[in-house]
Design a protein around this ligand. Structure first.
Ligand code: PEP
Ligand code: MN
Length: 263
């Protein structure tokens, strides 16, 4: 059902009135993890000032180590909803447990399914069963075919509001956290009718590479870019090395705006 052969025209994902997949380009920004109301609100204010309407933040964090910060859980979703309402922004947050999908619908505008859960089939089915857009990230070592099949799990339950997100794959290269597979963007655009985003933060793991990779993503035809922004990355509870602070974020957006016509 996600194949372009079955449906030649682009699917447009409507996120609180923002049309993703119609040829315009968008940004999803926000902290890696929700840490406090003030932290999220500071990023929201900066993003809103740049005309960005899509705000991300993790409440349930799928951490590699069980001893690392696991996120604020439901409290995090409540903070996101409050900030989303106050700033009139759409909220994107990762859900890791199928049992939380229905509750999450009361708090978020887009359900994110993370790389580590791309083949959590019960989670995919649960996200397919609700009427909420889903941002599906490519698995850590998933082929494009496996990625497309994961999206098929969602659409087969009746939910076609899916945004695919390339976020880097595991290779032998250690200079970056993952290897951004930029050619996945045009391949996914050709093979499927779904919008495609590029997460420049998790694919590179390096804040000095966010701008050049975002340029590449927009130039190659991605429907948007996801990037992490934190008021003070040095004290962030997760992904400290790769989040932009507000000044860097403003430069990042200004530079991209001079080249590309995104929304
Ligand atoms: C995230 O976006 O917060 C995240 C954990 O990313 P990924 O699932 O791509 O690692
Ligand atoms: Mn992160």
């Amino acid at each position: 059902l996600v194949s372009r052969k079955k449906k030649p025209e682009d699917t447009i994902v409507d996120v609180k009135g923002v049309k993703i997949g119609d040829g315009s380009q968008h940004f999803i920004v926000g902290p890696c993890a929700v840490e406090s109301y003030e932290q999220v609100a500071q990023v929201a204010q900066a993003a809103k000032a740049q005309g960005i309407k899509l705000l991300r933040g993790g409440a349930f964090k799928p951490r590699t180590s069980p001893y690392d910060f696991q996120g604020l859980g439901l409290e995090g979703l409540k903070i996101l909803k409050r900030v989303g309402d106050e700033f009139d922004m759409a909220i994107i947050s990762e859900i890791i447990n199928p049992a939380d999908i229905e509750t999450a619908c009361d708090y978020v505008d887009v359900i994110q399914i993370g790389a580590r859960n791309m083949q959590n089939f019960e989670l995919l089915k649960a996200a397919g069963a609700v009427r909420k857009p889903v941002l599906l990230k490519r698995g850590l070592a998933a082929t494009i075919d496996e990625f497309i099949n994961a999206a098929e799990y969602i659409i087969s339950q009746g939910n076609d509001q899916i945004i695919l997100c390339e976020r880097g794959i595991r290779t032998y290269e250690r200079a970056t956290r993952n290897t951004l597979d930029i050619s996945a963007v045009p391949i996914l655009k050709k093979e499927t009718h779904l919008p495609v985003f590029v997460d420049v933060t998790h694919s590179t793991g390096r804040r000095d590479l966010l701008l050049p990779t975002a340029k590449a993503a927009l130039a190659i035809g991605a429907d948007g870019v996801m990037a992490e922004v934190h008021p003070d990355p040095a004290v962030a509870l997760s992904d400290s090395a790769q989040q932009m602070d507000i000044d860097m974020f403003n430069e990042f957006i200004t530079e991209l705006r001079s080249h590309y016509a995104y929304k």
